[in-house]
Design a binder for this molecule. Structure first.
Ligand SMILES: [Zn+2]
Length: 41
């Protein structure tokens, strides 16, 4: 078994914290325009 290291936090989109969308206070969600909803940078 190989020692596989996966870096999680560094490739995340800083704007949506890797979620791919923003949570709106008024309800619903909006797709992050920075990462196009992928959550990655
Ligand atoms: Zn994003």
């Amino acid at each position: 078994m190989k020692n596989f290291k996966q870096v999680k936090s560094t490739n995340q989109c800083p704007y949506c914290a890797g979620q791919g969308y923003f949570q709106l206070r008024l309800g619903g969600s909006e797709t992050c325009s920075c990462c196009s909803g992928s959550g990655k940078k």
